[in-house]
Every structure is written in C-alpha cells, then in structure tokens.
Design a protein around this ligand. Structure first.
Ligand SMILES: [Ca+2]
Length: 265
C-alpha cells in the first residue's frame, strides 16, 4: 500500500510539474498596441529591430532567407536567400554586423547590414535555435534549457546558463531577445515568453501571450509563436510567429493570473 501511495504521489507531482509554473514567478499579460501585416510565407526564426529597421530570418530548407522588412506594410525590402542545404534560425546584430545561425548545419554566417553581403562563416557543434546579444556576447539557444554565450569574433562559447523556473528546467527555448538586462525567450510550441536573468538562468517572470493571433487570422499553414524584437530607442516590443499574417507591437501588463498552464499547441 505504501508503495502504491508513493507511486501516486510521484505521478501527481509529475502532472503538476508539467502544468504549473513556480507559484511565486510573476505572470504578465499583454495589450496589443498595433497590428502590422506580416509575410505569411515567412517561417520566422529570428526577429530584430535596430535603428528604425526591422530584420527577419526565415527558415525551412529551400526557403531560408535574411530579410529587411518594412514594418508598416510587411513588404520585404531586401532579401538574401541561403543555399537550400541550410535551415536558417536565429539572428542578431552585433557591432553593425548581422549574425545568423542554422538549425542542424552547425554553421553561422555574418553579413554587412546594407546591403546584405555575406562576410564570415563560423562553425559550432549542436543545434542552433535562437540568437541575441547583450552588446558584449552573442547569446544562443539550442532547443534545450541551455543558453550559451559566445565571443562575436570567434563564435567560441565563453559561458552558459541553464534556465530554470524555481527548480524546474525550462526546455525548448527558442527565439531570443535582450530586453533591458533580461533575456526573453519564447518557449517552442507555447504562447509563453520566459524573462530570464542572464547571470543565473532563473526565470524572473512569464508573459502569457495566449490569444495574440486570433483564430480568425489562422489558416492551415499557421505555425507557432516565434519572434521577439525590441526597439530599444522607443521601448517597443514586437512579436510574431512562423507563417503568421500579422506582427504585433505589444505592451506587457500585469496579470490577475498567479500561474499559467502548459498548454499543448
Ligand atoms: Ca529576436
């Protein structure tokens, strides 16, 4: 009987660890400030806003590209297509240079900003998912709970953090953005963004973006939320997703909710 009760407790704790975040981690909600058109063919893997310009990295084999996008119309102003063997993932801009990583090809590219001219190529081991920068290091996710800091001149790993909410590891960290001293990561297959302490890896808070792309905007090809960009000059936050027809400027607001629930997509 005792073993049975122990088993029951283990099962219960497993269920709860998969449904509820740490009770004391703040949960934020959102308000849509503006909705912009977005290329619904773009399998968004990286989103960056810098000095009045919006940049995007789009994935899929045979469809991967680097884009300069007009925010107001969603029009692609400039586009660099990758070779079909590369699946583009996250991108960031460091010191006037674009860095773009790939999913399983273990290759990172750099480009000049205007126009997009390929410059350097780096190799790394493991997968590439999201990329951002704190202005000193490149900061990269690989789909696990690990975030690796890399030297921009060599792409070599310099340190890493493991992301946790309380004691629980948060895996599937995808697109990244450095926002006011935090790393923001959207969690793959969810509408949730983790606000991560870059020193410790602890989740400072969650943003629940459930319902951001309304059902009326979804089609058979609409995929998951993926893409955070920050206009540091104006304090604007932009969010989109893979093959979403819209890109949103949002304001993060307090939530009445004490916790958010894992919801399979
Ligand atoms: Ca980003």
């Amino acid at each position: 009987m005792k073993r049975l009760i122990q088993k029951f407790i283990v099962i219960l704790s497993l269920i709860f660890s998969h449904t509820v975040f740490a009770q004391d981690t703040p949960v934020f909600s959102y308000r849509v400030v503006h909705a912009y058109p977005h290329d619904a063919d773009s399998f968004t893997q990286g989103l960056v806003y810098e000095k009045g310009a919006l940049y995007e990295s789009a994935g899929q084999y045979g469809e991967s590209s680097l884009r300069l996008v007009d925010l107001d119309t969603g029009a692609v102003l400039e586009r660099y297509d990758l070779e079909a063997k590369y699946f583009a993932e996250g991108m960031t801009i460091f010191n006037g240079r674009i860095f773009q990583i790939t999913w399983r090809e273990q290759t990172a590219f750099t480009y000049s900003l205007n126009p997009f001219t390929p410059q350097k190529t780096f190799t790394y081991s493991g997968e590439g998912w999201g990329l951002t920068t704190d202005g000193v290091s490149l900061i990269m996710s690989d789909g696990s709970a690990k975030i690796v800091f890399r030297a921009p001149d060599t792409f070599a790993a310099t340190r890493e953090i493991n992301v946790k909410d309380g004691a629980r590891s948060i895996t599937d960290l995808n697109e990244l953005e450095w926002i006011d001293g935090e790393i923001w990561a959207n969690v793959w297959m969810t509408d949730h963004i983790a606000r991560i302490d870059p020193a410790t890896g602890q989740v400072n808070g969650w943003i629940d973006l459930t319902g951001l792309l309304p059902a009326s905007e979804r089609t058979y090809q609409t995929d998951v939320l993926n893409g955070i960009a920050y206009d540091a000059d104006e304090g604007r936050i932009f969010i989109t997703g893979k093959r979403w027809p819209k890109l949103y400027e949002i304001e993060v607001i307090p939530s009445n909710s004490q916790n958010i629930h894992w919801k399979s997509f």
